[in-house]
Design a protein around this ligand. Structure first.
Ligand SMILES: [Zn+2]
Length: 173
């Protein structure tokens, strides 16, 4: 049996009903938590960071090492070919000095340098690949230079959680 509704008793809410507190309202602080799979490539990348290693994927067609790794090369429209460990040393390709925290609003007490670092790769591998973005430390912002050699400063193994922040920052060498 189905019931066909032909009359709609009552009246719809209006903006002034809410503003005038004619209806019950509640304030609900939203505190939702999410979890999701990092996937094959980034999952392995994060696990390797926990072990103190940086791993990427090689695309043999364009000669890039993708870091963080991807299973698919968006330049060549094909799957990447193999895993490769790279060193935790490299060269500053470019950098910026930020005065804002990661929320984009809060002003930092001390400005912080952030760099794109060309990580060192074994000589037999392609030389050209995407840079690795990370904080710089143990250096004054005014002393950062293009082409500066840097090395990762890792958290102690017992403090690593499989996160990009397992590397605290890169420091000049
Ligand atoms: Zn490619």
């Amino acid at each position: 049996m189905s019931v066909k509704i032909s009359k709609y008793p009552g009246v719809g809410l209006k903006e002034e009903d809410i503003k005038g507190k004619k209806v019950l309202t509640t304030v609900w602080p939203c505190n939702l938590k999410y979890s999701w799979s990092a996937g094959v490539a980034v999952g392995r990348f994060l696990t390797e960071l926990k072990n103190g290693k940086i791993i990427g994927r090689v695309c043999k067609k364009c000669g890039r090492i993708l870091i963080p790794p991807r299973m698919y090369c968006e330049w060549c429209w094909k799957p990447t070919d193999e895993w490769v460990y790279v060193k935790d040393t490299g060269t500053i390709n470019t950098y910026a000095i930020t005065h804002l925290a990661t929320d984009g609003v809060t002003r930092l007490k001390e400005p912080m340098p952030i760099a794109v670092i060309q990580l060192d790769v074994p000589a037999k591998l392609p030389r050209f690949f995407a840079g690795f973005l990370h904080y710089l430390g143990e250096v004054k912002p005014e002393d950062v230079k293009f082409g500066m050699k840097v090395k990762a400063v890792w958290k102690p193994p017992e403090e690593r959680i499989g996160s990009i922040t397992d590397i605290k920052y890169f420091k000049p060498v």
